[in-house]
Design a protein around this ligand. Structure first.
Ligand code: NZQ
Ligand code: ZN
Length: 387
């Protein structure tokens, strides 16, 4: 078991109707609020109106139109400008992971005098950030419980996972009823994202029995409850369990004491969505089984065997290689069964930029240090196999 130094300072307030506590929560941070949101889903579900009602008397400045795969320009830059101009005390992010990730970058940029890209690109370390409170409306990223934000810069094809301890939300409101309206495509992408977060932490050299059990249970829960959410989008219990599983997915709690993973599928997917603006969870679902196939060898075999038996219930008496192959096939079949397009061509990606993307990933993502090290050639082969 490896050493670790871990803290998650985020207060989680979970359940139906918990947003009623918003006024008392916000009061501790100040009166001038930057309200951030996306393309309008929060208006359709009545949450925008509810937030204004609850925060009557506060000074609210708005930043709307934050897109999926949130963009540095204009969203982060505009948000930082608004914070400085209006001397904002606290950011309230209402929406999915993209809105929250953008809000995190704004929170750090607002406390920095130079170009916020200095922080996101790790040229300068953040010394502070504005407090962040969020109401998460989509179960997927786990951004509500971690200190990362993923920001895209279109002109350079960069999509950077910006991680800094100042970026933890201080309070996250999780009301599963707000996720009832998430459509099939985004629900399936959320299931795939959280499942892949778990797999990224499961496929490592040195793992504990404790973490393996936690991860295997996460994967089973996400498959069972994810399917129920697709069958009946207003199944509260299923939406609630999926939401909590997603929240656990990305803040490292599943991997305490494990050896590092390198998060290879994320390294590859971030480039795909940087170059082609695809949906993150779909990109992951497409890449995952091809990555598994690529890294399956004598050294990794035992992890696939354990995964196959404990997650999919594959007969443990079968030959080990057969169990591993079946496990990869089951992974593919599950994603396909929840309606995810399983080929890159179906999401608009062809072979024309594979070399360029593989080079970008090899230079920027450090995957030569992953659990199963990946060279530029390996990365290109995985993407090619995913076409
Ligand atoms: O923009 P609006 O109108 O709000 O619509 C959104 C958006 O179109 C919609 N939506 C959100 N809540 C809804 C809803 N529609 C109906 N009802 C609701 N309740 O869903 C669409 C997608 O939203 P988005 O926020 O982009 O999805 P998600 O939460 O999956 O976030 C994806 C982003 O997070 C990054 C991804 O790379 C991607 O940029 N990630 C962030 C991580 C983190 N911070 O820890 C880790 C992840 O691995 C991931 O990389
Ligand atoms: Zn992810």
């Amino acid at each position: 078991m490896q050493n670790f130094d871990y803290m998650t300072p985020t207060r989680l307030i979970f359940g139906k109707g918990v947003v009623e506590k918003l006024p008392q929560v916000m009061a501790q941070f100040g009166n001038r609020i930057l309200l951030t949101y996306g393309g309008g889903s929060i208006k359709k579900i009545g949450l925008y109106q509810k937030v204004h009602e609850l925060l009557r008397g506060c000074e609210i400045v708005e930043l709307s139109g934050i897109q999926p795969n949130p963009k540095y320009d204009p969203s982060v830059l505009e948000g930082v400008r608004l914070c400085k101009e209006h001397k904002i005390d606290v950011i309230l992010s209402v929406g999915g992971g993209s809105v929250l990730d953008c809000s995190k970058a704004i929170a750090a940029g607002a406390c920095y005098d130079g170009d916020p890209w200095d922080l996101i690109s790790y040229k300068v370390k953040a010394q502070a950030a504005l407090p962040i409170v969020d109401i998460i409306t989509l179960a997927a990223t786990g951004s509500e419980y971690d200190c990362g934000g993923v920001i895209s810069r279109t002109e350079t094809n960069d999509k950077i996972g910006y991680i800094d301890r100042h970026l933890f939300p201080l309070v996250s409101f999780l009301d599963p009823t707000y996720t009832f309206t998430v459509n099939r495509k985004q629900t399936a992408a959320g299931i795939a994202d959280a499942m892949n977060h778990t797999m990224e932490q499961y496929f490592v050299e040195d793992a504990t029995l404790l973490n393996d059990g936690f991860c295997e249970s996460m994967l089973r829960s996400l498959m069972v409850n994810g399917r129920k959410c697709l069958e009946n989008p207003e199944d509260y219990t299923a939406r609630a369990e999926m939401m909590l599983a997603c929240t656990y997915g990305c803040n490292g709690i599943l991997a305490l004491g494990n050896s590092p993973s390198g998060w290879p599928c994320h390294g590859i997917e971030h480039a795909l969505s940087a170059y082609y603006d695809i949906t993150h969870g779909e990109g992951l679902a497409i890449i995952t089984p091809r990555w598994m196939q690529h890294i399956l060898n004598e050294r990794t075999l035992s992890r696939f065997v354990k995964y196959g038996i404990n997650v999919f219930g594959i007969d443990a008496s079968l030959d080990k290689w057969e169990i591993a192959s079946k496990a990869i096939e089951e992974t593919y079949k599950f994603f396909e069964s929840i309606g995810i397009p399983m080929h890159l061509r179906e999401v608009g990606i062809d072979e024309s930029r594979i070399g360029e993307m593989a080079h970008h990933i090899a230079v920027n993502e450090g995957l030569e240090n992953a659990y199963a090290p990946l060279t530029e050639k390996d990365i290109a082969e995985i993407i090619t196999a995913s076409l």
